[in-house]
Unconditional design. Sequence first.
Length: 442
Amino acid sequence: MTTPTADTAPMDFGDLRGILRYVPQFRGRIIVVAVDGGVLQSPKVANLLLDLAVLNSLNIPTVLVHGAAAQVRELGRRRGVAVSNDDGAGATDQATLEVAIDAVSRVGHQLMCDLTALDLRAATTNALIAHPTGLRDGVDLGFTGRVERVDAAALKALIQERLMPVIPPLGFDGGGRTLRLNSDAVAAEVALALDALKLVYIGEQGLQTAAGDRIAQLTVQQARELARPAPADAATDRAPLPPGLISKLRYGALACQEGVPRVHLLAGDRDEVLLAELFSAQGVGTMIHADAYHHVRKASAADLPALLAMMQYPVEESALLPRSKADIEARLGDFRVIEVDGHLVGCVALHLHPDGVAELAGLCVRRANKGRGFGRELVRHVENEARQHGCRRLVALSTQAFRYFEERLGWEPGEINDLPEPRRQAAAANGRNSRVVRRELG
Ligand SMILES: CC(C)(COP(=O)(O)OP(=O)(O)OC[C@H]1O[C@@H](n2cnc3c(N)ncnc32)[C@H](O)[C@@H]1OP(=O)(O)O)[C@@H](O)C(=O)NCCC(=O)NCCS
């Protein structure tokens, strides 16, 4: 493998700015990245490890879980061993276990070499306590195991020391015996144990519709449906999915249902796949999410009562400027709302001013729905709209959420002169002493 170094990798400052915009939402949260053995054999692995190095340099802790099915198959073939199962999901006999131990060791060793070349400090651990799976459908799975416990404290201690844990698809039981594990299952268990913000699966293929279009988002329920084998007698136009994708959908849905907010399925056959998925609004793979269906839309007259009710408390708290029904009605076209399963949970307004300056106002998320990213989504939506209108700058006046804009959303502190003249006077006259925050839309 040729590993690009920081000196040879191409640098685009526009990309860097785009990335930094997203960094605050990752602060202090762990990302678990699970990479299939087949991807680790491909020429794209160099680029993937470089993506991990970028995350590391941004202080976003990552845990790397790896598979080894392709390497187990290849080593078995070379040794003349008929492997009983390659991916740790089926039965593992003694001969296959020995091949798996050697194949996994080689993968781990190569990874350590490549990570060292990128100045990434990493450590392999015995953090997975496993038990033999036992019998499934009447078949003894032999040395195949399942994760019993993840030593989260040990992994967190490594992360604290800025060492990236590298977790192989092997576990140990209390008696010191080695068991073969499935890396997709391992990654889900590790993500849950570490309360990870994201679990990213990078396999050899991405998820597409029958027409070949990317499936960008799935709810947990939809992921489960897709993972379920179609009954043999059912008339279906769905092409059967490869086992690797079925496994990722299954374990991804499980992790998401149990508490990992976002699970991503990516194809490892393109450059910068990890960064492109994490640091762009549209992503490049499939995201599984647990949230109920929601979307941002223009406000309509029917939303007025809900809008007024939602704003009442923040207005009383002096976080929002008081607005009458007539005020909102007069500028209803500027308001956007976010709706979850038919209920309004947040709103924001975008006022366009002359000279390419736009103003974000009236941002508000219902108390019961706070902390679920709706505020961020509304702001990002309005940023995109302002960009589409050709605005160069977006400003907001805030009494209590200026830190939210600056620390969570990457806005910068502004000044009263960032506002267009008539707004400047109105802001100074209302006595709220609001802070100005701004986003250059470039
Ligand atoms: C500010 C507001 C819109 C954020 O909405 P939200 O959907 O809860 O925000 P998100 O889910 O995108 O982000 C939540 C994160 O922002 C932080 N945050 C929320 N409000 C904050 C504030 N006023 N100051 C600093 N950080 C804040 C939360 O602590 C949380 O941090 P965490 O991810 O580390 O747990 C919402 O709190 C609100 O309606 N506030 C009252 C009205 C207001 O002040 N509006 C701004 C007028 S310009």
